[in-house]
Design a protein around this ligand. Sequence first.
Ligand code: GLN
Length: 489
Amino acid sequence: MKPYELPAWRLREELAKGNIGVDEYVGSIFDRIERLEKALNTYITLRSREELETDVREAIRNDGKLAGVLVAVKDNIHVEDLPVTCGSRMLSNYIAPYNATVVERLVAEGAVVIGKTNMDEFAMGSTGETSAYGATRNPWDTDRVPGGSSSGSAAALAAGLATLALGSDTGGSIRLPASWTGLYGLKPSYGLVSRFGLVAYADSLEQIGPMARNTRDLALLLDVIAGFDPHDATSIREKPRGLLEAIEKGYSEELRGHRIVLVKDFLSHPGVDKAVKSILTEAASLLERLGAEVVEAELGNKVVDYALPAYYVIAMAEASSNLARYDGVRYGPKEPPRPWESWNEYYSRIRAKYFGTEVKMRIMLGSWMLSAGYRDQYYIRALKLRRLVRDQLLSLLKESDALLLPSAVTLPPRLGEVIDDPEKMYALDLANVLANLAGLPAITVPISRVAGIPMGVQLLGNYLSEPRLLRIAAALESATGLRDLVAEP
Ligand code: GLN
């Protein structure tokens, strides 16, 4: 294995023992970047090779859990002194004045941030194409999108341009790109990972989470970033124990005693491709072979169909309020004072010019849905549906350890295929928004190649059941052998 292909846990050992030189590791990643970045467009900001070599050399002096490992960070997470563009022209001149808590935790364990990854503008999108910095391409098939909104994190990791990556997941933005690029991705339980230093899109739904090429790395990265943070009012004090032990169990023991519900609604849903349905049943038989009991059950009550509109109403409502701060005064490009009639005119000019189309549409729809007269019809109704989704998921989880469902419901679209049709683009999130609405953890696991792309399925668990999800994912990883995959575009 070349250094750029190595899992983080092993790389850390090899660097510490001196079996792999710092310049050899950083050089191996930079060779990939020089060869592939132009075609893939994964980074918005990339630090220099010299700086990184110095930092990695420094980092491997102490024995942190990620000592010397290069981590790609989505560009909506603050890394001190680097730009945080959020994929938007609105923040093209904004430099992070501090580190997000997750970044502090990474640095404390010796990880080194390699750069900031491309993403859909303000994390609004499912394909990576709404970025103001150009679309990212899928390294398994460069005619296709990698999925969004953590598009650059997924593509960089899948192509060997980083060893680990952070994404954020408001409605699938970690899991969708992970399941289209052969990666493992996890959306943590709401409150487990601090959001301090994450630029807010829809706070009640989103979490920062890990992306990796194998489950042990995934657990390691989660273990480092999870934990209480007084700077985030929604941060919780508990942290599930045994995240890493869960992986060892998954690798070495059977899943006997585990009961998994295959969510039947997706098997008959017209929005789910045939190929995805067969991956789902393939995953179910793998789980059975591993000793788990798999039963089919329905969420019913049209939960799956209601979840998507409920998600988009809540997400747009929260976005309209969160993005009000980009007014060209506190944040955003400052325009030289031309004569203007009012501040309103100034704000409008800035916002019209520097926000992209998808973002503007969501701000307008979100404000409208919250306005007097429409609030009850849209926002309040969406909150009720959110409760229904949560209740139904929890009732299936009462009798089981995890739910098995799709993550991506189709193959990754080709560039340009869905971007002009919001309904088509939103439909890609069908299976992913459930976990966000309910605040529950969910993990994606690659199962099988379709058209050359290692496609994943999703396991959704009870609140703080991350160790159990990781154990099941690790068992599946052993069974499929789909680990440490690096695409050769
Ligand atoms: N595609 C969804 C949206 O556009 C989810 C994005 C995300 O998780 N950040 O809202």
